[in-house]
Design a protein around this ligand. Structure first.
Ligand code: F0G
Length: 927
C-alpha cells in the first residue's frame, strides 16, 4: 500500500465525512428496542434523581426549546409548550436557541473553525478576553486577564488556585525577607557587631520554646523555623452562609448547604460567615491572622524580636445575589465593609457572577449596581448564550500571576466555537445601546411589583419576594397547616417541588425551588419574556396561593393521580389541626410510636383531603411518593393513666405500606425500610422521646427492634400486649360462641407473635395445629416439641378445617385464610396480622364464623386518639401502641418485647396495662 492509500484509508475525508456517517442518526441507533427512555435514564444515569422527578411529575422529556418555551409530547403524541421560567438555572438569558446564537454556532461548524487547536494562538478567546476586560473594566476602571474553562465550578476551582498562588508567592517573598533579616542579625551577633536587646531576647526565648541555655543563634534559628512552619500551613478560604459555588471537590468546599457536603466532609470546607454581618467578617479575618516572629537588626546595633501579623486568608468568595441559596442580595454597606477589610488585609475578593452576571439583573454585573469592586470575577451560564459550555475567571491584571497561564490549563478551554458564541452573546447584550439590559431591568420591576402585590394579598402563604431584574425568588411559608400532607411537604422541604409539579401540569409553567432553600421558588426567565407571560405566571401563583390558603391539598396534588381519578373532584374535607408537641416537663415521659400505612387506603385517614380517593389511586400515589418522603411527625397526643400519670405521645409516620415492605422482604431488599425505621427513631429522639414503640412492619424489618443499637432508649415492638390481649379476646369469644372443646389452629406459627400465642394458648385447648408456609415444617416441629398437650404441624391451610379457634399471625402482605379453609361448625378466628390474614368475604360466606380483630386495646378513662388512622372500630388502638404507652406510664427502664417474646413479659405487660386502666375483651374473664 502506498503512503497516500494509507492516509486516505485511515483519515481521508471520504472515510469520515462521507460513507453515510453524517446521515447516521446516533440517537435512534443507540436506543434499544422497546426501552423507554425514562427507564434508561433511571437505570444507567441518575436512579435516585429519576425517582424524585417522577414522584413530583417532573419526569418530562423535552424535545425542543425555543425562546421561553420548552416542548414535550403528551401521551397522545401532541406537542405541548411549557413556559420555562427555570431558565437553565439562569443560563438561558437569551432564551432557548436564540437564532443569532444558533447561526453563530452553525457558522463556526460550517466554516470548520478548529475546536482543537491547543498550544496555539486562540484568536476567538483572545477577543473574548479583551471584550470581558473592557466590559468589567467599564464598571471598575481596571484591566483583567481572563482564564477560560467549560463550567462554573471549574472557574471557581481556578479562582481558588489563583488566589492560593498569590498567597503562596506572597508567603515565599515574605519568608525570604524574614530569612534575610534573621541571617543578617545572626551574623552581626556572631561577629560582635550587634547584640540582642535583653528584654527582646527573653521574649524570643519564650516564643522559641527553647531552654534558658539556648544560644542567640539557636534562638534565631528556631524563630525562623516557626515562621517557615506557619507560612507552610494552608490558609483560610472565606465564603458566606447560603453560598453556592458548585459541586466539584474544591468548589464544594465553598458551597454552604451541608447536605451537599456531608458525604465528602473529609475534604474540609471554607470558613462560612453570615452574609451581612461585618463583625463576623472581622472576627474571621482575626482568627485567620498568624503572628510571625521577625528578627530585626536596628541601626542602634540591637537585635530585636518583632511580631509580624499576617492575614492568612486565601480569598473571600461572594455572590452579589445568592441564587441557589434562595435569592438573597448583599447590601451596599456590607459590600463596602468587605472591600475595606479585604484591602487592609490584602486578600482578593472573588465575585461569583456566574448566575447574576451577563445582564440578568439589568446591569452587566449585578455587583455594578452596588458600586462594588471585586478582584476576581467569575462568569459562566449565560456567557455561552445558553448554547456553549464556557466559563471565565477574570483577574485584576495587577494581581494576576503570569505563571497561572501555563500552570492551569484544560483541553477544552479556549476553543473557538464557544468563544465565538460568547462574543455573539456580548453583541446581543450591547446592541441597541443595551436594550436587552433595560428589558431585564424593566420586566424585572414589573414582575417584582406584581409579586409584591400578591404577597400583600397572601401574607400567610408568601413570606417574601426578593430579587433584582430577572432573578426573582418567592418564599412560600405556611404556618402550621392543619392538612397533614401540607405539613409533611413543609417539614420535608417538598412544598416548592410540589408547587412546581402543579404548575407544570396544570399551567404548563416550568420552574423549580432553589435547591438549598426549597421553600423559595426561583424565577429566571429570558430577557425576551413577554409581559403577558409574566402575567400568566402571576395568575398561576395567585391560584397556588389560594389553594395553599384553603389547604386544598387534593387540587394541588391531583396531577399525581391517574387520569380517571382526576375527573371526579370531590370536595376536599378540612383536616383537624393536630395538637402541638408540648415542651418537656418533669415527671412526664415522652413516647413515640412508629406507624406506617398498613394498607394504601390509610392515605384517606392520613389527610382527609384524600378521603375519597380509591384504593388504586392511593396505591399509585404512595408508590410514587414513598421513594421521596422520610419519616414525619404526624400527630401528638397526651394520654392519662388511671393512676394520674401522663405521657406525651408523638406518632411518627413511616412512608411505606405493608405491601411494599412485604414485597421488599421477599426480594431481599428491605434495607430501605429499615433505614426509614432508623430515621424514625432519630426523629423520635429529636422530639425528646425516650420510649419508642414499633408498629406493624417496623418491628418486622428491625428484627423486633434488635436492629436498632441505642442504649439510651427504651424500645418495644409492642408484641407482648398484642399476644396477651389477643388470647384473652379469643377465648372470651370462643366461650360466647358456645365452643366447648377447643381445637386451636395457629397460622404463622413460626413468627414471633404466632409462636408465643401458640405457647401460651396450647395449655388451654384439647389440640393445637401449627400451620406455616411450605418449607417451614422443620421449624414448626421444633416449636411443637416445646408445647404442652397434643400438637400437630401442617404446611397446608386446609388443616384449619379441623380447628374451631384460630389465630391469624402471618406476615403475609394480603389475606390468606379463605372460607374454603374453614370448618362449617362454629369457629372463632382472632386475626392479629397487619394487614389482615382473613379474607373479607369469610364472614359473609360463613355466618357461623366470628372474625375478631385481635390485638386491639381500649385506652384508660375512655380516651380516644382523634386520628382515624390510629383507631380500630372507633374505640380501640393497636395493642402495640397501647404497650408503648404502658411501658412509658409504668416507667419501665429496659427494652420490652425486644427480640423473641418471653412469656413473663406477656404476663407483666398484661398486669401493668390493666393496672393503668387499659382494657380489652376477655380481660375480666381471666383476672
Ligand atoms: N456559582 C454560582 C453562583 C452558581 O449559581 C453555580 C451553579 C455555580 C457556581 C456552579 O456552576 O453548575 O456550571 O458548575 N448554579 C446552579 C444553580 C447549579 O442551581 O443555581 P456549574
Amino acid at each position: 500500500m502506498t503512503e497516500s492509500m494509507v492516509a486516505s484509508t485511515i483519515a481521508g475525508p471520504g472515510a469520515l465525512a462521507g460513507g453515510g456517517l453524517d446521515a447516521h442518526d446516533a440517537e435512534a441507533s443507540s436506543r434499544p428496542a422497546d426501552a423507554p427512555l425514562r427507564e434508561l435514564y433511571a437505570r444507567y444515569s441518575r436512579p435516585q434523581l429519576m425517582a424524585v422527578l417522577s414522584a413530583i411529575g417532573l419526569d418530562v422529556i423535552y424535545e425542543r426549546g425555543q425562546g421561553d418555551y420548552l416542548y414535550y409530547r403528551d401521551d397522545r403524541g401532541h406537542e405541548v409548550a411549557v413556559l420555562d421560567l427555570l431558565g437553565g438555572f439562569g443560563a438561558s438569558l437569551f432564551g432557548h436557541n436564540h437564532p443569532r446564537l444558533v447561526s453563530c454556532a452553525t457558522r463556526s461548524l460550517r466554516e470548520l473553525r478548529p475546536f482543537n487547536a491547543q498550544a496555539s494562538v486562540r484568536s476567538a478567546s483572545a477577543l473574548l478576553a479583551y471584550r470581558l476586560s473592557q466590559r468589567i473594566g467599564a464598571a471598575t476602571g481596571r484591566d483583567y486577564v481572563t482564564t477560560f474553562a467549560s463550567t462554573g465550578a471549574e472557574v471557581v476551582e481556578a479562582a481558588i488556585k489563583h488566589a492560593e498562588l498569590e498567597r503562596r508567592l506572597g508567603g515565599d517573598r515574605l519568608l525570604q525577607r524574614l530569612r534575610h533579616e534573621n541571617v543578617r542579625a545572626r551574623r552581626a551577633v556572631a561577629t560582635g557587631e550587634a547584640r540582642w536587646e535583653a528584654a527582646s531576647f527573653e521574649r524570643a526565648l519564650g516564643v522559641s520554646a527553647l531552654g534558658p541555655d539556648a544560644s542567640p543563634r539557636e534562638v534565631a534559628q528556631a524563630l525562623l523555623s516557626i515562621a517557615e512552619r506557619e507560612l507552610g500551613k494552608p490558609g483560610t478560604v472565606l465564603a458566606l452562609e447560603r453560598a453556592f459555588h458548585g459541586k466539584t471537590t474544591g468548589a464544594l468546599r465553598l458551597t454552604h448547604n451541608p447536605e451537599y457536603r456531608a458525604p465528602w466532609r473529609c475534604f474540609g470546607h471554607a470558613l462560612f460567615i453570615p452574609a451581612g454581618d461585618v463583625a463576623a467578617l472581622q472576627r474571621a479575618v482575626q482568627a485567620a491572622t498568624v503572628v510571625l516572629p521577625l528578627v530585626t537588626l536596628g541601626d542602634d546595633g540591637l537585635v530585636r524580636l518583632q511580631d509580624m501579623p499576617r492575614v492568612d486568608v486565601v480569598a473571600l468568595f461572594v455572590e452579589p445575589i445568592q441564587g441557589e441559596g434562595g435569592i438573597h442580595e448583599l447590601s451596599l454597606d456590607y459590600w463596602q465593609a468587605i472591600r475595606a477589610v479585604a484591602d487592609s488585609a490584602g486578600f482578593p475578593v472573588v465575585v461569583d457572577e456566574i448566575q447574576t452576571g451577563m445582564g440578568r439583573t439589568g446591569r452587566f454585573l449585578a455587583s455594578e449596581a452596588l458600586g462594588a469592586r471585586g478582584d476576581y470575577y467569575l462568569l459562566s451560564k449565560s456567557l455561552g448564550g445558553g448554547l456553549a459550555k464556557i466559563a471565565a475567571l477574570s483577574v485584576d491584571s495587577e494581581r494576576y500571576q503570569p505563571d497561572f497561564g501555563y500552570l492551569h490549563t484544560s483541553t477544552f478551554a479556549d476553543d473557538d466555537p464557544s468563544s465565538l458564541i460568547a462574543l455573539a452573546a456580548l453583541d446581543l447584550l450591547e446592541e441597541r445601546d443595551g436594550a436587552l439590559l433595560r428589558a431585564c431591568s424593566n420586566k424585572g420591576e414589573y414582575l417584582l411589583g406584581k409579586l409584591r402585590a400578591l404577597q400583600e394579598a397572601f401574607p400567610d402563604v408568601i413570606r417574601a419576594v426578593r430579587g433584582r431584574g430577572l432573578m426573582v425568588g418567592i418564599e412560600l411559608a405556611l404556618s402550621a397547616p392543619a392538612s397533614a400532607f401540607l405539613r409533611l411537604l413543609c417539614a420535608q422541604n417538598l412544598l416548592g417541588f410540589m408547587v412546581a409539579g402543579y404548575l407544570l401540569h396544570e399551567w404548563k409553567i416550568r420552574l423549580a425551588p432553589a435547591l438549598s432553600a426549597n421553600g423559595t421558588l426561583r424565577l429566571e426567565p429570558s430577557a425576551g419574556v413577554e409581559l403577558a407571560e409574566l402575567d400568566r405566571y402571576c395568575l398561576a401563583l395567585e391560584t397556588v396561593a389560594r389553594l395553599l390558603r384553603d389547604e386544598d391539598t387534593l387540587t394541588l396534588t391531583s396531577f399525581l393521580f391517574p387520569e380517571e381519578a382526576r375527573k371526579e373532584r370531590p370536595r376536599p374535607a378540612r383536616a383537624r389541626r393536630p395538637a402541638s408537641w408540648p415542651a418537656a416537663s418533669a415527671g412526664k415521659r415522652r413516647a413515640a410510636f412508629l406507624a406506617h400505612f398498613s394498607v394504601a387506603t390509610d392515605l384517606q385517614h392520613f389527610d382527609p383531603a384524600f378521603a375519597t380517593l380509591g384504593e388504586s389511586t392511593c396505591r399509585q400515589v404512595l408508590d410514587k411518593l414513598s421513594t421521596t418522603l422520610t419519616p414525619f411527625h404526624l400527630d401528638s397526643f397526651q394520654i392519662a393513666s388511671m393512676d394520674g400519670g401522663r405521657v406525651d405521645l408523638a406518632v411518627i409516620a413511616l412512608p411505606f405500606t405493608s405491601a411494599q415492605v412485604a414485597t421488599a422482604l421477599r426480594e431481599g431488599r428491605a434495607e430501605w425500610a429499615l433505614d426509614h425505621v432508623r430515621a424514625g427513631v432519630e426523629l423520635a429522639k429529636e422530639l425528646g422521646c425516650d420510649v419508642i414503640g414499633f408498629g406493624g412492619y417496623s418491628s418486622i424489618v428491625s428484627d423486633n427492634c434488635r436492629a436498632i443499637a441505642d442504649d439510651e432508649l427504651v424500645l418495644t415492638s409492642g408484641n407482648s400486649l398484642t399476644v396477651a390481649a389477643a388470647i384473652d379476646t379469643m377465648f372470651a369469644a370462643a366461650d360466647a360462641h358456645g365452643i366447648g372443646t377447643r381445637r386451636l389452629g395457629v397460622v404463622g406459627a413460626t413468627g414471633n407473635i404466632g409462636a408465643m400465642m401458640a405457647e401460651l394458648a396450647a395449655s388451654e385447648v384439647s389440640h393445637t395445629t401449627l400451620v406455616g408456609r411450605p418449607g417451614a415444617a422443620r421449624r414448626l416441629e421444633a416449636l411443637a416439641a416445646r408445647l404442652p398437650g397434643s400438637v400437630s404441624v401442617a404446611t397446608d391451610l386446609n388443616a384449619l378445617r379441623e380447628c374451631n379457634v384460630i389465630i391469624g399471625a402471618s406476615n403475609a402482605p394480603a389475606p390468606i385464610i379463605a372460607a374454603q379453609h374453614l370448618s362449617h361448625e362454629n369457629v372463632v378466628i382472632c386475626d392479629v396480622a397487619v394487614p389482615r390474614d382473613v379474607a373479607l368475604e369469610v364472614e359473609l360466606e360463613r355466618p357461623n364464623c366470628r372474625v375478631l380483630k385481635g390485638g386491639s386495646v381500649r385506652l384508660p378513662l375512655e380516651q380516644r386518639l382523634d386520628n382515624r388512622g390510629l383507631m380500630i372500630d372507633g374505640d380501640a388502638v393497636y395493642a402495640c401502641l397501647a404497650e408503648t404507652l404502658v411501658v412509658a406510664l409504668a416507667g419501665i427502664e429496659r427494652n420490652f418485647s425486644f427480640g423473641a417474646l418471653r412469656g413473663a413479659d406477656v404476663r407483666e405487660v398484661r398486669r401493668l396495662a390493666l393496672q393503668h386502666g387499659f382494657s380489652f375483651e376477655g380481660a375480666a374473664r381471666r383476672q
